[in-house]
Design a protein around this ligand. Structure first.
Ligand SMILES: CC(=O)N[C@H]1[C@@H](OP(=O)(O)OP(=O)(O)OC[C@H]2O[C@@H](n3ccc(=O)[nH]c3=O)[C@H](O)[C@@H]2O)O[C@H](CO)[C@@H](O)[C@@H]1O
Ligand SMILES: C=C(OP(=O)(O)O)C(=O)O
Length: 445
């Protein structure tokens, strides 16, 4: 089994560059199948397992997809199939984002139901209610959700019970090709929603209001492939900000967009971390003594749930009592048990975790329970006494490009090895696993 081995105690110094955002690129790649003519060229794409998974979903429905030099090219101009099987949705819930585009373009989609995952039950009822409001019939059975409509979808007024990111994206993509006007209220305001709307508008869509509570979409008859560069990953940036802070280091996080990170910056400052906004990114200088604070996760612009476990690592090292309250997902505390193995003093009370810091963190063998927990355990390992070994790295590879390598370039004593103790290069491994087969097929055809 592969593991990341961290020997704690090094202060991180230097510059690290943030990749394109996983949570922006997945909906953008899904949206590319709305283009019935022209090629879509998506740039600044991170080399992540999730990107390969969404590419596979698209290939499986007959789109032509290439991924090279951080660029994904999609040609969806020929007729596509309208089904996405469970093997992809199981690996990555964002596969359900093909529902809206397929429904809007073909009047039909049949996608495996995503099911629960380590952070909560994660239903898609709001996506489906939106499609129904636009005239689609929804049928759930045998582990699949089938949506269909006679003729085009009809624009509608839709109020989301909660500002779901995925529902906002799926409905916005469907409405882009619907007949008439859709008004989507109480929608998600995340930067990734704005990136998707910008991309759709370049394709020919007519969307206004993305990034606010109300999005208005005037449906158009067709969309065309275009070029688009993905926004920087605010969660990867935030994770490196914590890495700098937890080691008392001094790191410039290049390409980090401070406007997307206001809530994270504000909490770090409350903890006495020095955060400086520079022209090319954000510099973070860790203090000698971290102050405690409280955090409540909320939809954007509130504190992001995807930074909750990393901030928990930092709070373990802060002086005083800190409280984290998770309001977005009902089960996103699986990492607490793993932190306890590292001598962390914390307890769960309902939807909150109470942390008594500073804890004398000790290196231990721990298992990642989800994507962000993987990063959080490695961050704690940077500060712990002794050696930490983190397993279950499939979670990490979903959302971080060579996390161990980037930390090592900042001076961390960290390496990723396989069961024989051989050093693993995750990016090359991913490329070899996924890319070559398709390259050969493309060259032969
Ligand atoms: C690929 C991607 O972009 N993933 C992000 C996206 O996930 P995702 O789009 O799945 O998250 P949502 O915003 O939809 O989920 C937020 C909450 O709404 C609930 N809900 C959602 C849809 C629905 O139909 N019914 C319902 O009850 C969920 O169970 C959850 O409790 O936003 C989350 C919240 O910021 C992030 O943690 C994920 O990293
Ligand atoms: C929860 C996350 O992603 P996903 O929605 O793809 O599971 C995440 O990025 O932290």
């Amino acid at each position: 089994m592969e593991k990341i081995i961290v020997r704690g105690g090094q202060q991180l110094k230097g510059t690290v560059r943030v990749e394109g955002a996983k949570n922006a690129v997945l909906p953008v790649i899904a949206a590319s199948i709305l283009a019935s003519e022209g090629k879509s060229v998506i740039k600044d794409v991170p080399v992540l397992a999730d990107v390969y998974t969404i590419n596979e979903v698209l290939r499986n429905i007959n789109a032509n997809v290439h991924f090279e030099n951080n660029t994904v090219t999609v040609d969806a101009s020929k007729d596509l199939k309208t089904e996405a099987p469970f093997e992809y949705v199981r690996k990555m819930r964002a596969s359900v984002l093909v529902l809206g585009p397929l429904l809007a373009r073909y009047g039909h989609a049949n996608v495996a139901m995503p099911g629960g995952c380590a952070i909560g039950s994660r239903p898609i009822d709001l996506h489906l209610k939106g499609f129904e409001a636009m005239g689609a019939e929804v049928h759930v059975g045998n582990g699949f959700v089938e949506v269909k409509t006679q003729g085009r979808l009809q624009g509608a007024k839709i109020y989301l019970d909660m500002p779901s990111v995925g529902a906002t994206e799926n409905i916005m993509m469907a409405a882009a090709l619907a007949e008439g006007k859709t008004i989507l209220e109480n929608c998600a305001k995340e930067p990734e929603i704005v990136d998707l709307a910008n991309y759709l508008n370049k394709m020919g869509a007519r969307i206004v209001g993305a990034g606010t509570e109300t999005i208005r979409i005037e449906g158009v008859e067709k969309l065309t492939g275009v070029e688009h560069a993905i926004i920087p990953d605010r969660v990867e940036a935030g994770t490196f900000m914590v890495a700098a802070a937890i080691t008392g280091g001094n790191v410039l996080i290049e390409n980090a967009e401070s406007e997307h990170l206001r809530s994270v910056i504000s909490k770090l400052q409350e903890m006495d971390v020095n955060v400086q906004e520079e022209n090319d990114g954000i510099r973070v200088i860790g203090p000698e003594k971290l102050a405690s604070t409280d955090i409540k996760t909320l939809p954007h612009p509130g504190f992001p749930t995807d930074m909750q476990s990393q901030m928990m690592s930092l709070m373990l090292c802060a002086h005083g009592t800190s409280v984290i309250t998770e309001t977005v997902f009902e089960n996103r505390f699986m990492h607490v048990e793993e932190f306890r193995r590292m001598n962390a003093k914390l307890k769960i009370e309902g939807r909150s975790v109470i942390i008594e810091g500073p804890c004398e963190l000790q290196g231990a063998e721990v298992a990642a329970t989800d994507l962000r927990a993987a990063a959080a355990l490695i961050l704690a390992g940077l500060r712990a006494e002794g050696t930490t070994r983190v397993t279950q790295l499939k979670h990490l590879d979903r959302g971080y490009v060579d996390f161990a390598g980037k930390l090592a370039s900042l001076g961390a004593d960290v390496e990723r090895v396989d069961e024989n103790g051989e050093v693993v290069k995750p990016v090359e491994k991913l490329k070899n696993k996924h890319y070559n087969v398709h390259k050969v097929i493309a060259e032969l055809s």
